[in-house]
Design a protein around this ligand. Structure first.
Ligand SMILES: Cc1cc2nc3c(=O)[nH]c(=O)nc-3n(C[C@H](O)[C@H](O)[C@H](O)COP(=O)(O)O)c2cc1C
Length: 158
């Protein structure tokens, strides 16, 4: 059973979340940036992960999902985000707005696995945006419990 985690990131937290998630998944797991246009043919499980900017997942993850929708629907899929707003309803709204509805409905695991904001790394534009939202300190939070739960659901399908 092979799994591919396809991710999109601006500052690296989704890639970190993917690596942490990998440690809970059974079988072979590859982690690939969506920018390298991965081929999902040889994988039974596909996990898509992105981060939220101004309410939406990266456009390239949405485009990849649209372009590969029919193939994705034949796999066991999981969707995760890294986002500051933790409420479940926000996770649902972010994912359903940014990815094809059929994929959202078919996914067996969906979660916000945590988020990071490193004020020293942000572009001037992004720094101004988060400051406007009242964020004054850097933060790094990953939810180990949610990762385990997410992986357990994915691992059930062997
Ligand atoms: C400019 C900016 C806008 C953001 N907009 C949102 C948002 O609308 N909702 C949210 O929940 N988190 C938002 N975030 C938090 C990011 O989703 C979070 O920092 C995430 O961990 C970034 O992941 P990445 O480094 O992999 O891109 C925003 C962060 C930045 C810097």
């Amino acid at each position: 059973m092979k799994t591919i985690i396809i991710y999109a990131t601006r500052y690296g937290s989704v890639e970190k979340a993917a690596m942490k998630l990998k440690s809970h998944l059974e079988g072979e797991v590859d982690i690939v940036n969506v920018k390298s246009d991965p081929d999902i043919y040889h994988y039974e499980r596909v996990i898509l992960g992105g981060s939220i900017y101004d309410g939406k997942v990266q456009r390239e993850l949405g485009k990849f999902s649209e372009d590969n929708l029919q193939d994705l629907l034949k796999k066991k899929t999981g969707l995760f985000i890294c986002a500051r707003i933790e409420k479940e309803v926000a996770t649902e709204s972010y994912l359903s707005k940014s990815l094809p509805r059929q994929l959202y409905d078919a996914a067996i695991a969906k979660a916000n696995l945590g988020h990071e904001i490193d004020l020293d790394k942000l572009s001037d534009k992004d720094l101004a945006f988060v400051r406007k939202g009242g964020i004054e300190e850097s933060i790094s939070v990953f939810h180990e419990g949610r990762m385990k739960k997410f992986a357990e659901v994915m691992n059930r399908f062997v």
